[in-house]
Design a protein around this ligand. Structure first.
Ligand SMILES: *[C@@H]1O[C@H](CO)[C@@H](O)[C@H](O)[C@H]1NC(C)=O
Ligand SMILES: *[C@@H]1O[C@H](CO)[C@@H](O)[C@H](O)[C@H]1NC(C)=O
Ligand SMILES: *[C@@H]1O[C@H](CO)[C@@H](O)[C@H](O)[C@H]1NC(C)=O
Ligand SMILES: CC(=O)N[C@H]1CO[C@H](CO)[C@@H](O)[C@@H]1O
Length: 369
């Protein structure tokens, strides 16, 4: 064999080995960027345009080369992504506070645990809310001027007219969406059902932020006559985004890999999601999609990484999911009383001081066995 042929052969081998390696890695790359929640939040780090520390912070090693480049190109954005992720986690925990799966997070790089490698509704919600968190936070940071590479969106124009006009500072949701697609979706490479599902849910999160934008206006002109009006588009609160996504969680579509009629000729069209039940409508871009039944989350399981509901506090008089019957999965509960000290009988003293008494009450707590 000639040296050239040998080199070519080696190169092919290397490419093969590398691509199979990156395929196995790719599976677990999903959501790796969530690890930046652990990034040290020194302002120095965030404004350092040379990004010397960016490279040194171990949390950032979780990011792909492309993601690190995006952070370098958009000074100030790391802080925004990180705070968007924090809002998303907070919202996830709030939306699911009364359910068996209560959006648990853990220290370390894989903050949501093994549920991320599954394809159930909870997985769908995690991807959608964190993606929405980035778009929401980045869009707001742009209009607040804390990211160097974007500003308010001044391009939005209504029908116009002589007496009112746009031109106010709109939250830059377009930048937030485009950036989210580049940054968040870049971990999702592949053509299988899991990647299609993650990408779909990421987009559903961004779309929710976008479609819930609201117009706000302010009047100018003589004594409130409103002869001139300035309008702009404002982001929804993140609670609104969470409420919408939680509704879509409840109504999520179970999908399968759409490979009907797949053949060589129609190769481009084979990668899509179809409802599992052919009688159902195909999922809309707003819908959350999943492909696998959720674990019951009742008991500890190392395999699925679920903690179970033992020790969770439940409501003994509620027939709903937060009730002891359902939350404790029929195992029963223990009741204990706990002393709680609260500030009470506060009085306001002019000016400006409030003094309170400490009241001790007994609180009855129910906890799942
Ligand atoms: C418990 O559930 C009942 C019935 O749904 C509700 O009225 C009550 O406010 C709940 N208590 C707490 C502490 O959430
Ligand atoms: C607080 O105020 C209420 C009525 O205003 C009174 O009945 C109660 O005894 C007060 N609590 C304490 C600890 O003083
Ligand atoms: C109430 O409790 C707090 C902390 O336990 C204490 O600092 C404060 O002095 C107490 N206030 C009164 C009025 O006893
Ligand atoms: C280390 C780790 O999390 N491995 C997981 C990678 O993804 C596969 C398939 O989703 C899981 O089965 C592994 O446990």
């Amino acid at each position: 064999m000639s040296p050239v042929a040998l080199m070519l052969g080696l190169k092919t081998l290397w490419v093969l080995a590398f691509s199979s390696l990156s395929n196995t890695l790719a599976v677990n790359n999903s959501g790796r960027w969530w690890g930046i929640i652990n990034v040290a939040s020194s302002t120095n780090l965030l404004t350092d345009s040379k990004n010397v520390q960016l490279v040194l912070d171990p949390s950032l090693q979780l990011l792909s080369r492309k993601q690190r480049k995006l952070i370098r190109q958009n000074p100030g954005i790391l802080h925004s992504i990180s705070s968007g992720l924090q809002s998303a986690i907070k919202e996830c925990k709030w939306q699911f506070r009364n359910r068996r799966w209560n959006c648990p997070t853990m220290p370390g790089p894989n903050i949501f645990g093994k549920i991320v490698n599954r394809g159930c509704r909870e997985t769908a919600f995690i991807f959608a809310i964190t993606s929405a968190g980035v778009t929401h936070s980045v869009a707001r940071s742009c209009s607040e001027g804390s990211i160097e590479s974007c500003t308010c969106d001044y391009r939005r124009r209504g029908p116009g007219g002589p007496d009112w006009h746009w031109g106010g500072c709109s939250d830059n949701v377009d930048f937030g969406r485009v950036f989210g697609r580049e940054f968040v979706d870049s971990n999702e490479k592949g053509r299988d059902l899991r990647f299609l599902m993650n990408l779909h849910n990421n987009e559903a999160g961004r779309l929710t932020v976008f479609t819930e934008m609201r117009q706000e206006c302010k009047c100018h002109g003589m004594s409130g006559s409103c002869t001139v009006k300035t309008c702009w588009m404002r982001l929804p609160t993140f609670r609104t985004v969470g409420d919408f996504l939680k509704d879509r969680f409840d109504g999520a579509s179970r999908v399968i890999y759409g490979n009907k009629g797949s053949n060589r000729a129609s190769r481009v069209e084979v990668h899509h999601l179809e409802p599992e039940n052919p009688a159902h409508k195909p999922p809309s871009p707003h819908d959350l999609v999943y492909f696998e039944k959720s674990p019951n989350f009742c008991t500890y399981s190392g395999k699925t990484g679920t903690a179970g509901t033992a020790g969770r506090s439940c409501n003994s008089s509620s027939p709903a999911l937060d009730g002891c019957e359902l939350l404790c999965c029929g195992r029963g509960y223990r009741t204990r009383t706990q002393q709680v000290t609260e500030r009470c009988n506060c009085t306001f003293h002019w000016c400006c001081h409030v003094s309170c008494l400490n009241c001790t009450n007994m609180q009855i707590l129910h906890e799942c066995l």
